[in-house]
Ligand binder design. Structure first.
Ligand code: MSP
Length: 547
């Protein structure tokens, strides 16, 4: 495997089509990537998180024509919607990819020219049935059970067209052997199997162009200005063009350190674009331009958010607008739901009611309630100053071992965070991160139970020094647990983590900044003796569901 490990953690998502505004499905992928990126930053790693938009192509050209505006103007508006959404959702990327940018065009053209010079791209003629309405050639796959093309294709004519082709088929054996040798090329495992089966069926080459007479909203082929490149080289290449790849260097060792420090990436994509786009075309493209096997990206393939069991799609009119949800419930509520109610790799059904139920039970009743009751008790019983409990008080009697269970649990969890990405593969880590993120909320639930059990309000009635010592032990334990919970949930719930830190009066000088959170601080006992906590401010007000 890779002997020289990259110095930066490089994570990418698919770039989103700018033919329609973002929906909840787009939001999920970016939140998932953002949580993983923030988790690595929390561990003190340098992270390069790349995301962006896919602006060229037929769909965009058609949507712009329908709207009666030039494609450039059309994509500008939609691009802005994506940018606004990521800002609202606290998705913090390091680089933004737009496929219409000059920087990207140069890399695409450089790559195409090199492949053309190497004989990997050739011109050929295609003849067949063509749907004028959908502007595409039809194959037998498009025929209905009666053997005819359905009415959705509109008028069908016989056409001949010249185009450029990439010698994809030539690399089939390589891709099979690569997949055989690297078991975690694609995660989860069942997706790697699915890809392997699809690769076995590869026949023929890949059409990579469209005549300008048919599509002009794209990147011109450098060796034939009458054509633009169609989808694949235009979009997939963003993952390297925005990471500093130099197309004039075919030997990867001659790339700049800017690129080599990052690559290879962990790429997060939806299940619909594994086969053939990323799993076949992209990996073969990289191989053909000189990327060795140990420099192939790893593909993390997530499932879909559906609605009533059906795929969310604008044309079906069943999309969920993430802006509306954020305005109603807040960014953290949506982030939490999207991470909590799906298993990576599987599909899930979106339900606003479930979002509210999860929010109320996990965030309002557990975490939010824990913060507010802890600070209210601190105000009431110890003038907001929490003191490190004396060990012998804590452990003297097993019934009073307040600190023990949480301290251990928190330490184990912090340790899990620390190690889950170490080792020679990121295979389990991306999945583990998502699972680990749920645990701090579990600990909050147990912490609430602990408070109920110890009942400081009952102890307070004794008014004895022993009771005061015990109350303090409870409060310190819970405040310290909360401080560490805030660090551990910060990748998933950045706003809430900040709010907890503010209320605990902790690292106030960094309030509102991501640097405020670091895994090295997730160590038991850092809350100093006599620390003054702040006053409670509702963190997650309960949501009453509309009738
Ligand atoms: N532009 C292409 C990808 C090119 S990558 C070089 C594209 N765009 S997309 O806007 O249709 O989808 C972007 C990402 O969002 C894809 O990974 C896709 O799987 C994901 N999702 C789109 N709808 C989704 C759901 N309903 N649920 C989860 N993710 C989904 O594909």
């Amino acid at each position: 495997m890779n002997t020289e490990m990259p110095k930066e953690f490089f994570i990418t998502t698919a770039i989103d089509y700018t033919n329609s505004p973002p929906h909840v499905g787009h939001a999920y992928e970016k939140v998932l990537a953002d949580v993983i990126a923030r988790y690595h930053r929390l561990k003190g790693e340098k992270v390069f998180f790349l995301t962006g938009v896919d602006q060229h192509g037929q769909k965009v050209q058609q949507s712009a024509a329908k709207a009666g505006i030039p494609p450039a103007e059309f994509v500008k508006d939609i691009t802005q919607k994506f940018i606004d959404l990521w800002e609202k959702l606290d998705v913090k990327y390091d680089e933004w990819a737009e496929t219409t940018s000059e920087r990207h065009k140069k890399v695409v053209q450089g790559i195409l020219q090199r492949l053309f010079d190497a004989g990997q791209i050739y011109k050929d003629k295609q003849a067949g049935h063509y749907s004028v309405r959908q502007e595409q050639f039809l194959t037998d796959k498009e025929r209905g059970p009666d053997g005819e093309f359905g009415p959705e294709w509109g008028e069908i004519e016989f056409r001949e067209e010249e185009n450029y082709y990439f010698k994809l088929g030539q690399h089939k054996e390589w891709l099979l052997s690569y997949l055989d040798n690297r078991k975690d090329a694609v995660i989860p495992d069942f997706r790697q199997t699915e890809l392997h089966n699809a690769v076995e069926k590869i026949t023929g080459d890949l059409c990579i162009s469209r005549p300008k007479s048919r599509l002009d909203w794209g990147i011109e082929l450098p060796f034939d200005r009458d054509f633009v490149t169609y989808v694949w080289f235009d979009a997939l290449t963003n993952y390297i063009s925005f990471a500093g790849y130099d197309p004039s260097q075919s030997n990867i060792k001659h790339q700049t350190s800017n690129f080599l420090d990052k690559w290879p990436a962990l790429q997060i994509i939806g299940k619909d674009i594994l086969v053939p786009a990323h799993g076949i075309y992209w990996l073969i493209m990289l191989h053909a331009i000189g990327f060795p096997d140990d420099q192939m990206p790893q593909l993390l393939v997530h499932g879909w958010w559906n609605l009533g069991g059906a795929k969310m799609s604008k044309s079906e009119g069943n999309i969920i607008d993430p802006f509306v949800l954020i305005d109603k419930y807040g960014a953290d509520a949506l982030r939490y739901y999207l991470m909590r109610d799906i298993t990576i790799g599987q599909d899930a059904d979106f339900s606003e009611e479930r979002l509210v139920t999860r929010y109320n039970s996990d965030l309002a009743n557990s975490l939010g309630n824990l913060v507010s009751r802890t600070l209210t008790m601190a105000e009431k019983y110890c003038q907001r100053a929490v003191h490190v409990p004396e060990k012998d008080v804590i452990y003297r009697d097993p019934g009073a071992a307040y600190e023990g269970p949480f301290r251990r649990r928190i330490e184990v969890l912090a340790h899990t965070y620390k190690v889950s990405c170490e080792g020679d593969s990121t295979k389990s880590s991306a999945m583990d991160v998502a699972i680990a993120m749920m645990q701090p909320v579990e600990i909050a639930v147990q912490c609430n139970r602990f408070i109920e059990e110890k009942a400081p309000w009952k102890l307070a009635k004794h008014k004895s020094p022993q009771a005061a010592t015990e109350i303090n032990a409870v409060l310190y334990t819970v405040a310290e647990t909360l401080r560490i919970i805030a660090i551990l949930i910060s990748p998933m719930l950045p706003k809430a983590a900040d709010g907890i830190f503010d209320q605990l009066n902790w690292r106030m000088e960094l309030s509102g900044k991501e640097e405020r959170f670091s895994l090295t601080d997730a160590e038991w006992g850092r809350l100093p003796d006599g620390h003054f906590v702040g006053k409670p401010v509702p963190l997650f007000p309960r949501i009453e569901m509309d009738k």
